[in-house]
Design a protein around this ligand. Structure first.
Ligand code: AMP
Ligand code: MG
Length: 321
């Protein structure tokens, strides 16, 4: 850590120690953090996000060793944690009485993760207690992938923003229920079902569809302000022309290699590499939001983290109806 980073981590720790809120960078998206042991801090997260109290948060730890001091882990969480932490994986385990029950949103389970971003881990290690954090945006909106996004969304409602640059992964963590038998993939992220299955001797089934996923992963979630319309790739230009003819300012999240639709007021061409696609997704949606009433998009191939991008686009489109 540089002296400047250490100084900012100290400042953030002071805010957390007073029950305040600190937005911090992770490799997935920015989190809105509070001391996970304090009801008052955790309660403020829900208020600031305008998030219903029954939507549980994720408890973040500096390391697997630290996590084991605080919560009891089932064997599957240990196997997956040893393989993927620090990293973009969240495991659902049994709740610990040492954390505020508000973190669990009324459930008897708890979501835990060791984030990959070095500033996040340094912050949690310096603070000494886990941080409860959801994404640092208002409830139901596009997650922030830069400190600037957090400031735009939350303004002075957040006490301190620890700037760690743009998020590398760009979509929320993969979530696995490690208590059920077989384990269940609850939310898609950059750690894929195949990678999960290869890392554990136990079976894991895909439960990430909109009906049966994690509490809080609503069918209508992750939505931009503009209406998002999903179309087949080969009907992209016609769809843009049709919607523009109705008088809407249309933005295009254009599949790679497709011709630029003339009637779109703003066009962002998507990357074909799924890693870059995920990294830029939310920034692109925010940019289009600033210029357009309607965003036209097509689903990417569901390979690697492309499956998580397709999942978020489906939910954003569902929220638009
Ligand atoms: P966010 O990072 O904003 O997506 O918020 C954390 C997400 O973690 C929630 O929306 C839930 O989908 C998930 N989550 C947290 N706790 C649990 C739990 N105990 N069981 C299942 N999912 C959970
Ligand atoms: Mg969120």
């Amino acid at each position: 850590m540089t002296p400047d980073e250490l100084e900012r981590i100290h400042q953030a720790c002071r805010v957390l120690g007073a029950g305040g809120l600190v937005a911090f960078p992770t490799e997935t998206v920015y989190g809105l953090g509070a001391d996970a042991t304090r009801d008052d801090g955790v309660e403020r997260i829900f208020r600031v996000k305008r998030r219903p109290l029954r939507h549980p948060l994720i408890a973040h730890f500096a390391s697997l060793a630290m996590m084991r001091d605080w919560v009891e882990l089932p064997p599957m969480a240990v196997e997956l944690g040893e393989r993927f932490w620090p990293g973009p994986l969240t495991c659902v385990v049994r709740r610990s009485a040492r954390l505020s029950p508000l973190v669990s949103g009324g459930l008897d389970t708890l979501a835990v993760r060791v984030p990959g971003h070095p500033l996040a881990r340094a912050l949690i290690a310096a603070f000494g207690s886990p941080l409860a954090a959801p994404s640092a945006n208002r409830f139901g909106r596009v997650s922030p992938t830069s400190a600037e996004h957090v400031r735009t969304d939350l303004g002075s409602d957040v006490d301190f923003v620890l700037d760690g640059g743009a998020c590398e992964v760009g979509v929320e963590s993969t979530i696995v229920d490690c208590l059920s038998e077989p384990g269940r993939l609850l939310r898609r992220g950059s750690v894929t079902l195949d990678e999960l299955c290869a890392a554990t001797t136990r079976a894991i089934e895909d439960a990430s569809d909109t009906a049966s996923g994690a509490p809080g992963t609503l069918p209508a979630h992750y939505a931009p302000e503009a209406r998002l319309v999903l179309v087949e790739r080969d009907q992209f230009a016609e769809a843009v022309a049709r919607i523009a003819a109705q008088g809407a300012r249309v933005g295009a999240l254009l599949p790679p290699g497709r011709p630029r639709p003339a009637q779109a007021v703003h066009v962002i061409e998507l990357e074909s590499d799924p890693i870059l696609l995920a990294r830029n997704l939310y920034r692109s949606l925010r940019e289009l939001d600033a210029h357009c009433d309607v965003i036209v998009a097509s689903l990417p191939p569901e390979v690697g983290v492309g499956a998580a991008v397709a999942d978020r686009l489906r939910r954003a489109a569902a929220a638009s109806h």
